[in-house]
Design a protein around this ligand. Sequence first.
Ligand code: FPP
Length: 222
Amino acid sequence: MDGNGRWAKAKGLPRTMGHTAGVEALKTTLHLCSNWGIGALTVYAFSTENWSRPSEEVNVLMKLFERVLKRELTNLKLEKVKINFLGDLDPLPNALKDLINESVESTLNNKGIRFNVCTNYGGRRELVLAAKKLAERSVKGELDPSLIDENVFASELFTASEVDPDLLIRTSGEKRISNFLLWQLAYAEIHVTDVLWPDFDADALNKALIDYQSRSRRFGGV
Ligand code: FPP
C-alpha cells in the first residue's frame, strides 16, 4: 500500500494522515474484491524494515491498526471476510495482538474473501523461519530431509493454507518486490501503477484487472 507518505506530503499534511487515508482505500479495495468474487486479497501493512521509521510514525501505525480492526470487525463479519495476519506478530503491542487474535478467531469459518494482512512481515525472514522449522523437525527425526520438496517447504510458510497470488499490484510507481511474498510471487503477474495508495479506487483496480486479463500465463511452459 505504497505512497501514503507522498500523498500526504503533496497535500501539505503529516505523513500519518496518508496512512489514515490509506485505510479508506483499503476498505474500498477489499469491498470491491469481495463483490467481484476475487478469492483472496493480501496487503503489505507493515514490513520487518518499517520498525526503522521514526518511532512516532510506528506508534501511529500500531494505534491505527488497532483502531481500524476494532471499528471494522463487525463489517468484516457481515461481509463474511476471513481475516488472517501473516508475519511475526510477537513484537506487536499486546492490545493489538489481542484484537488480531479476536478477529482471526471470529472470522475463521467465514467463507467469503480471504483477507491477509502482512504485519511485521518480511519475505526473507519467512523463508529463514521455514528453513529453521524444517531443520528442527529433521534433527528431531520427525522429517526425512530427502522428502523436502516445494510442497513441504511451502507448508512451513505463513501462507501455508493459501494459494499463490495471481496478481501483484504495485502502487506509487515502485518497480521493486520489496521483500514481499518472495516465494509466493514466483509466477505472479505484476501491475505497476503511478496511483498513490490513498487514491487507489475502483477505476485503478479495474485497470489492474484488465491488465492482468491481457496477460498470457505460461508458468515456464510454451
Ligand atoms: C506504505 O506507504 C504504507 C505503510 C507502511 C502503511 C500502510 C497501512 C495502512 C494503509 C493501514 C492499514 C490498516 C489495517 C488495519 C490493515 P509509505 O509510508 O511507504 O509511503 P511513501 O512511500 O509515500 O513514503
